[in-house]
Design a protein around this ligand. Structure first.
Ligand code: ATP
Length: 219
């Protein structure tokens, strides 16, 4: 008998700014993975990024505007209110303590799966969570030998497998491919170009009101 509790979804990102390439694939992937709710987890100091992120309060405010219409999405503010770099492994250890009987499903884009081996203690991540992977244009490149091996050991094709174990599996969701990135949006805003169809108009208005991304030189 399955004594596990309902799975918890987590979707980490810099969200600088949040866009439809974040919200839409994760909603579809959560449905396919049968995960009822997903915590959007903005990081405070991103470990993988070259650019200095916008102030945490702005990224969080934009994220809240972008998800207010989706009852299945909510924010988890533990990383953004921390003053140390955001390592996923630390957050997952904390979540596992809080939720010892809930499968944890960490959502990522396909580009992040390709670079997973560069994450801090990446192998240990599987002791805490499953990964649910969203499609992302430009990420259909050949798999590395290491990733092929990882998938041969961990990939599952049904969502049942995610709900029957606390951690350790990879589920490749079939999500819409949206060619949108925060860096392109920052560039377009700096150049005063439209961003229609890329992000929520409320987020664009917030960016204009607070004059974000107008002077940044790194994207
Ligand atoms: P940047 O352009 O600044 O690098 P980004 O658009 O990649 O940012 P992040 O906040 O760094 O956004 O991404 C957080 C997560 O969202 C990552 O797992 C990433 O793979 C995923 N993601 C971002 N954009 C997309 C997209 N268009 N489709 C699918 N997944 C995405």
């Amino acid at each position: 008998m399955n004594t596990l509790r309902p799975a918890l979804g987590i979707f980490g990102g810099t969200f600088d700014p949040v866009h439809y390439g974040h919200t839409q694939p994760v909603i579809v992937a959560a449905r396919q993975a049968a995960v009822q709710s997903v915590a959007m987890l903005p990081c405070h100091i991103p470990v993988h990024k070259a650019h200095a992120p916008s102030a945490s309060r702005h990224r969080l405010a934009m994220l809240k505007l972008a998800i207010e219409q989706y009852p299945q999405l909510y924010t988890d503010e533990r990383e953004i209110h921390s003053d140390t770099p955001s390592y996923t492994i630390h957050t997952l250890r904390a979540l596992r303590k809080e939720y010892p009987k809930h499968p944890l499903c960490f959502f990522i884009g396909m580009d992040s799966l390709h670079s997973l081996m560069s994450w801090n203690e990446w192998q240990a991540l599987f002791e805490y969570c499953h990964f649910v992977v969203c499609c992302r244009p430009g990420s259909k490149k050949p798999l590395s030998e290491e990733l092929t091996h990882l998938l041969s050991q961990r990939q599952v094709s049904t969502n049942n497998a995610l709900h029957n174990a606390l951690n350790g599996k990879i589920f490749l969701a079939d999500t819409p491919e949206l060619a949108i990135s925060s860096s392109e949006i920052r560039q377009r805003i700096k150049e005063k170009q439209p961003t229609d169809g890329m992000l929520d108009p409320k987020v664009r208005r917030y960016i204009e009101t607070h004059k974000l991304y107008q002077l940044s030189t790194t994207f």
